[in-house]
Ligand binder design. Sequence first.
Ligand SMILES: [Zn+2]
Length: 453
Amino acid sequence: MLTEFHIGIDDTDSRLAGCTTYTAALLFQELISRGFKPLDFPWLVRLNPNIPWKTRGNGALSLHFSLEDGRLEEVEKIAVATVEHTTDLNQRETDPAVVFLKGLIPNSLREFSARALHDILSVREASQIAMDAGAEAHLLKGSRGLVGALASVGADFDHDHTFEIIAYRTPENIGTTRRVNHDSVRQMDAIFRRLTFNNIDPETGRVLICPHGPDPVLLGVRGEDPASVTNAFNQLEINEPIESIIIFKTNQGTNAHLSCHRRIEALRPYQSTVITGRVSGAPRIVRGGHVIFKTGDETGAVDCAAYRATGSVRETALQLAPGDSVTVSGGIRLQPLGELTLNVEKLELTRVVDMVRLENPSCSNCGIKCESMGKGQGFRCRKCKARLPRASRVEKIEHRKIALGVYIPPPRAHRHLTKPSSRDGIRRPISFEIDRANIDRTLESLASISTAS
Ligand SMILES: [Zn+2]
């Protein structure tokens, strides 16, 4: 009897070495090499990025296989061994967890996963959901990793998803400069701009596909479908050996974390959220060059912070005026005195108010602009000395320097989940949904890349 079998992995990250995607890649390849049949590409699921105690990327991974009941134990043993093998348990911030779920994914788990994108979930709740779903958890140290491991299994990629091809470095090169020809990245970007994203930061020319630091990832190319990321990868000139290559299906670049609208009174620290309201005070610049503006709805008001690095978001925030209608998305931070701020990741300006300026009147005889006779006084024509009362000031509608629309930070300041503007209007090709032949073809092409390099 064949059954669906799902494996979730979280938090094998540590600051010095290791990378959860690497653990999942190894496990996927190991299971493939033993003849197990995947139901889909391995999933790289990014969860709420505004939780401060998680690693920056807050990623979890899940693998989905179809296998015979009699071989479940074998797969579980390989999975636990792979996680143990790739994790340095002495790292303080590492709390790896592996979750196994046999059969269909229940709705309670899907709902849990949806909330893990924008809310704070407790280990206690995760344990309850796991128990109800009949999922089995292996905690290698603490229990914090349970939330991510479980959430990755129930992720929903139906509305939108992307792919990332990741190449890993051989151990002796980890920690050294990545030898990827940057000109070849620019050429690749020129060819595959509509099918891949965030290769290059357009304003600075900075190459974004290579991470920094001592992790095993050489590079990752993100795009719309497995064939495009593979073709784009083949355009790159790489001058160091590659240990392995994998393609993940992922929610990166989809704004999946900015899906929950909340009223301002319901905001809590570390949520990712969307609020809609009106600007209720003039924007101000604070130390560091960040711009703060207050937004209010019928339930309250909250300070919204557009950081210097957010580029056009900050520029737009600076031009806001009281009464403007906005939809603001981002993460909720707790300030030292207990107040909340919303760190802006996306700003939509839906309506601007007219800004009225009072101008001195013109003289009815000469047509020239009159001068004020002093504070609270009337006006006088410089030429014919005619006088006009204070009330004769004219209202002039000021030209607003901002356009309605959606503003997001430049690619260099994107989080993994940020939907780049280049993906606007893209509709997912439904034919890529769980297509066995497509997975097999991609795995074959990956194998040929690996042996060629
Ligand atoms: Zn005059």
